[in-house]
Design a protein around this ligand. Structure first.
Ligand code: ADP
Ligand code: MG
Length: 246
């Protein structure tokens, strides 16, 4: 579904990406790990068109989408989650969901925005699956941090994203919320046939995700494998895992 081919991104003398290549299949979940400053967020910026690469290509469903503007890449079905939840704080949880449902119609035709009827059965099911039913009428801004992150992931699903990029989704979460988020991401991948690429630091989360890991260092991918294999690689341990209690 997604291929990143030998992507380089230089900021003057800083080689944020120095020949990164990776791939993600349809309905596949992979997690990118690597020390601070190794280029993970820059990679998401290049994939989503927020920054053009210095060289290299991003291929999506066989099409070269390198350096297309972000709104065009978003329309292909990309959903991106940043560290700070992108939700509307001053309206209710239900209204946030309604807006996302309307926005997806706008992508298809402006007229549909005004003429469409919301399917409340699906709507309630979504809120239930994401543990948000009892917060339906709460102001989104007043949700606990973990539930805000949860709501944002739900908004991506409602927006019909078929490939989701999550940059450190558990930042600021308690350990219980972190493990719930891992479960939620697995739920999303299984039940909505979504492909998911997650950047994460938290090793409890990475282990709970139980998916292939892509290890990045100094702007490129150094290895790929499941946690159990990677944790025994002495170079990776020294360079990365050792930084974090795991
Ligand atoms: P990570 O997400 O792995 O922590 P980043 O992708 O944020 O790393 O950063 C990789 C390197 O690129 C870092 O050295 C960072 O300082 C640099 N960098 C990232 N964005 C910019 C930018 N817009 N301008 C200059 N340097 C940047
Ligand atoms: Mg980052």
């Amino acid at each position: 579904m997604l291929q990143v081919c030998d992507v380089k991104k230089y900021f003057g003398g800083i080689k944020a990406l120095d020949g990164t290549s990776l791939s993600l299949g349809y309905n596949e979940l992979k997690c990118i790990i690597g020390p601070n400053g190794c280029g993970k967020s820059t990679l998401f910026n290049v994939i989503t068109g927020a920054m053009p690469p210095t060289s290299g290509q991003v291929i999506f469903k066989g099409e070269n989408i390198t350096a297309r503007p972000p709104h065009k890449i978003s329309r292909l079905g990309f959903g991106r989650k940043f560290q700070v939840p992108a939700i509307f704080n001053d309206i209710s949880v239900a209204e946030n969901v309604e807006i996302a449902a309307m926005a997806v119609q706008t992508k298809k035709s402006l007229w549909k925005t005004f003429s469409q009827k919301i399917d409340y059965t699906t709507f309630d099911k979504h809120l239930g699956n994401f543990g948000l039913t009892s917060y339906r009428n709460s102001l989104a801004g007043e949700l606990p941090h973990g539930l805000k992150q949860r709501l944002e992931i739900l908004l991506l699903i409602i927006s019909e994203a078929n490939i989701i990029l999550l940059d450190e989704p558990t930042a600021g979460m308690s350990q219980a919320e972190t493990l719930e988020t891992a479960e939620l991401i697995r739920h999303v991948q299984k039940n909505f046939l979504t492909s998911v690429l997650v950047i994460e630091h938290d090793m409890h989360f990475v282990r709970a995700l139980n998916c292939p890991l892509i290890v990045m260092m100094k702007g490129s991918v150094v290895c790929e494998g499941v946690y159990e294999t990677i944790k025994d690689d002495s170079e990776i341990k020294k360079a990365y895992l050792g930084e974090i209690a795991c």
